[in-house]
Design a protein around this ligand. Structure first.
Ligand code: MN
Length: 418
């Protein structure tokens, strides 16, 4: 059978269940997913020489990491060619690009320091999402930024956040696509604090100052991301789940951002998505794969990844959930890591779009849990691979023959880097 014949056969099988695979493929082509630039260089960026801090850690030392903006852009282009689907580019502030000999600290960065990224994104029809970088910097004092008791420290980081609002608006105006700007800090304490409220009150008013920076709320969507703990900050996290969710709930235009590595290991973000959709017009996600902790392993086509995509699709919330990947693995080929993760989320979305949701919902409402279990198990054995392959072909990529290209790129490009 040819690929087309296999697809036609699969399409017929899905049609018998009331699923239109052509429509699913067409829909997926319109869903933007934000591709994080930081998988390419282990979350380092271009504005400092120091180590990665903020309670996050990359492990591994696979050769070929991008060390310049040109290398990182070249690598992103490679990933764009290897992955189907509509993308946004997700940047961190530490990826500012300065002229030779120029340095501008984070409280003073301007849109012009991202002009090359805008040029890159526009040429590839991508919008841009943005993140202030509240880590890997000398002005992180005693592990704190926006919640620091030190006025000068706090002021520096507030000014950084405000600068990022201005840059986010510039991205949106230039690309014509709204910019999701996510506020996350690693602020917290290694050991048991004496004051849990004070830092949170300071954090709250600091974020309020940042989002008060004038901006068009149709163009810039500020988010707050929570976390449980970080490396070296195990006992107390200022921006906890309750803090971030309450902040977003009480500040018009501010979205809650859930990173599925940022909860206790038995909690699942798939269940939190519909809970938040009952209250918020829009939410944001960081999609990752936590292994025992916020390890940021490469996203796979696994059960929880699929369940998150299912919730977005069956809640009819594709336009209300801003989806971004957030992981970094330095132990394997980074192009492959990027590609596998992006493809996994695409698979999860396509698989969710190929589900007979209405029929399954009716079974639940009729309390027919017996048949519901049987039907859900049957869905797992449908010829989804043939639908996926058709989607990849329609997007001008290959379903399974992309790895040879990664190896060619490793030999011809990555291995030659200093
Ligand atoms: Mn995250």
């Amino acid at each position: 059978m040819t690929q087309k014949e296999r697809y036609e056969a699969a399409k017929e099988m899905y049609a018998k269940l009331g699923v239109d695979t052509d429509a699913a493929i067409a829909k997926l082509k319109e869903i933007p997913v934000s591709l994080h630039c930081w998988q390419g260089d282990d979350v380092i960026g271009f504005d400092h020489d120091g180590p990665l801090t903020g309670g996050i850690q990359t492990t591994g030392n696979y050769p070929g990491k991008a060390k310049t903006p040109e290398e990182l852009m070249q690598d992103i282009d490679e990933v764009l060619a290897l992955t189907p689907g509509k993308k946004k580019l997700n940047l961190h502030a530490c990826y500012a690009i300065f002229e030779d000999g120029e340095f501008v600290d984070r409280d003073k960065i301007e849109p012009k320091h991202f002009a090359k990224w805008v040029e890159f994104a526009k040429a590839r029809n991508m919008g841009i999402d943005f993140n202030p970088t509240f880590f890997s910097h000398d002005k992180v004092k005693d592990g704190l930024t926006l919640s620091s008791p030190d006025e000068e420290t706090r002021r520096f980081w507030i000014e950084h956040g405000k600068a990022c609002i201005r840059i986010s608006e510039y991205f949106a105006k230039e690309t014509g696509v709204p910019c999701v700007m996510n506020i996350w800090t690693g602020d917290g304490a290694k050991d048991i604090p004496a004051d849990r409220l004070g830092p949170r009150e300071r954090y709250k008013s600091a974020i309020e100052e940042i989002i008060a920076e004038p901006h068009d709320s149709k163009l810039v969507k500020p988010c707050v991301e929570s976390k449980v703990f970080g490396i070296g900050v195990e006992s107390y996290t200022v921006g906890s789940a309750e803090f971030a969710l309450s902040f977003a709930a009480t500040h018009e235009g501010c979205l809650p951002l859930m990173d599925n590595g940022h909860y206790h290991p038995t909690e699942v973000v798939s269940d939190k998505i519909p809970a938040l959709l009952a209250f918020f017009p829009e939410i944001a996600l960081h999609i990752t794969r936590p292994v025992r902790w916020d390890s940021d392993h490469v996203v796979l086509f696994d059960d929880e990844t699929r369940e998150m995509a299912k919730e977005i699709v069956r809640c009819g919330a594709i336009d209300r959930v801003n989806m971004a990947l957030d992981y970094f693995d330095a132990s394997i080929n980074r192009i492959s890591a990027w590609t596998v993760g992006f493809r996994s989320w695409q698979k999860a979305l396509l698989s969710a779009l190929c589900s007979p949701d209405e029929d399954l919902r009716k079974l639940q409402d009729a309390a027919d849990w017996t048949e519901l279990m049987v039907r859900q198990e049957q869905m797992k054995m449908m010829p989804f691979g043939d639908v996926w392959e058709e989607y990849c072909v329609q997007c001008g990529t290959s379903a399974d023959a992309w790895f040879d290209e990664v190896m060619r790129y490793e030999t011809e490009v990555l291995a030659k880097r200093a």
